[in-house]
Design a protein around this ligand. Sequence first.
Ligand code: ATP
Ligand code: MG
Length: 207
Amino acid sequence: MSGQRLGIMGGTFDPIHLGHLVTAEQARADLGLDEVVFLPAGQPWQKDDDTTSAEHRYLMTVLATAANPAFSVSRVEVDRDGPTYTVQTLRELRAQLPDGELYFITGADAILNILTWKDADECLELATFVAATRPGYDLARLEAEGIRAEVCVLDVPALAISSTDVRERFAAGRAVRYLIPREVEEFARKHGLYGTDGNGLALGGVV
Ligand code: ATP
Ligand code: MG
């Protein structure tokens, strides 16, 4: 579709949580986006090797976004061999939508990483970068790097949720309800993704 305004929400999504979903929805509303496509990363090269399989992370992302007509999930990074490079994905999306506007949505913490890559200039030409502020994050850090002028800053309601905390809660047998969608919680338990069995009991527990 020509002239489409497409939001791109990249992430490891291990697992996807309400912080991701609120941020994507806020970007859609504030920037008047037609669609937000979630892009679960393939084999993450900046993260530990114990990252959940791309297929499981992809399926959790589908479960979490299925009910929103403006949300979709792309398999491009999941299906690509080798490490994930945002610039490559942006080039592909740009080729598919030559007349469209691309908005790459990230947390303010992640944007610093991305914009210090060697391909940062090309990334900034291909898409407008949208930095969602996250609780505890100091935007002065972006300014100090001279980055703020080149990105669009999006204020999202304070949601101090992270996938790291959700994984730790699963492993410790603590509640994750209301931090991640119910469907994602049930899927993670069914497949024992985060050290829990099908009953939600920590592995090595009483059963
Ligand atoms: P981890 O703790 O494993 O790093 P994460 O919660 O940061 O996970 P990612 O998949 O790494 O999740 O993040 C994907 C994108 O979503 C990144 O751009 C990140 O900055 C952003 N993000 C993550 N959590 C939030 C949140 N609570 N509010 C706004 N943006 C968020
Ligand atoms: Mg992160």
